[in-house]
Design a protein around this ligand. Structure first.
Ligand SMILES: [Zn+2]
Length: 63
């Protein structure tokens, strides 16, 4: 689990130091979380989100 002092880096925008949520072992900032929710599944960027999220779950499965 997370200890103190870990710099959270958003897996979508790769910015650090923002508010956000933990998903598995990764972090998504509030801005990207909202953007993802608001994005249509038909939008090309949605595939990017899925790709990033898949990277998380793959890491969890194989770690
Ligand atoms: Zn972000």
């Amino acid at each position: 689990m997370y200890g103190g002092g870990v710099v959270e880096k958003c897996i979508i925008c790769e910015e650090t130091g923002k508010q956000g949520i933990h998903l598995y072992t990764s972090f998504i900032c509030t801005d990207c979380e909202k953007a993802m929710i608001a994005t249509s599944t038909k939008d090309p960027i949605y595939k990017y989100y899925i790709k990033q999220l898949k990277a998380i779950t793959d890491t969890k499965i194989f770690s």
